[in-house]
Design a protein around this ligand. Structure first.
Ligand code: HEC
Ligand code: HEC
Length: 194
């Protein structure tokens, strides 16, 4: 009764309302501030949907885009629906953002490998064992916004949000906004044809 095809069909139905913002391939839509989610680790997606629903993310007054997603996550019926749609999105082919970001690649590579790669992977591919998501394929404005959220206490402050708190600590270690631009330029070279 619950074969692979019924799983996929349920996932497809649950994913339908997401398409308006995240795109039909889960590729994201920078104009709507909705990030790429296709091919992201299932446990990460599930945890974020639960974070939104349990008011650990997307509830601070300044977080207007998070609030939109908070509403979308709350509209999912229950934990089972969240697990199903997360599995479905995780199985979509990974996408790579079309617009490369400008920055100093040499500095970005050094900083990324020194400060980010140990958790997010040498090519920004993510590391599920460390709960660190894939960063390759995320657009620059989304990465910058989330980084600032972690740094400024908008995301990753809830006592139960252990992975978020870990990232919040890391976000306080970058000296300048320029450094982040350079890191993003490096991230955007990953996963695309050389
Ligand atoms: C009204 C537009 C909208 C709809 C509908 C929507 N989202 Fe989102 N979603 C967003 C925005 C905007 C963000 C970024 C929030 C932020 O900046 O923190 C987001 C963030 C996310 C994230 C976090 C990504 C990350 O890398 O941490 C996940 C996962 C997600 N959405 C999944 C879904 C799923 C699954 C659905 C359908 C059930 C859905 N979204 C429906 C707008 C939407
Ligand atoms: C100690 C491990 C660790 C290091 C080092 C680290 N991160 Fe993270 N990062 C995480 C974890 C874990 C998460 C997921 C947090 C959550 O579940 O909300 C994360 C999340 C993120 C996100 C949010 C992605 C999304 O889809 O919303 C961004 C952006 C990010 N990290 C950027 C960086 C950058 C840039 C660096 C280097 C300056 C870095 N991280 C260093 C562990 C780390």
């Amino acid at each position: 009764m619950y074969g692979a095809s019924s799983f996929a069909a349920d996932g497809d139905k649950l994913f339908a309302p997401c398409v308006a913002c995240h795109g039909d391939k889960g590729q994201g839509n920078a104009a709507l501030n909705a990030p790429a989610i296709a091919g992201q680790d299932a446990a990460y997606i599930e945890r974020q949907l639960l974070n939104f629903r349990n008011r650990r993310r997307g509830v601070q007054e300044s977080d207007v885009f998070g609030a939109q997603m908070q509403a979308a996550a709350t509209a999912l019926a229950d934990d089972a629906a969240i697990a199903k749609v997360a599995g479905f999105v995780a199985n979509l082919p990974k996408t790579v953002n079309a617009a490369p970001a400008p920055g100093n690649l040499h500095n970005g590579n050094n900083l990324y490998q020194g400060k980010c790669g140990a958790c997010h992977g040498g090519a920004a591919e993510g590391n599920p064992a460390l709960k660190a998501p894939r960063l390759a394929g995320l657009d620059a404005s989304y990465i910058k916004r989330q980084f600032a959220y972690f740094r400024d206490g908008v995301r990753g402050t809830d006592p139960k949000d252990t992975p978020g708190r870990q990232m919040a600590m890391m976000a306080k270690t970058l000296a300048t906004e320029r450094d982040l631009d350079d890191i993003i330029a490096f991230i955007h070279r990953q996963g695309r044809p050389k």
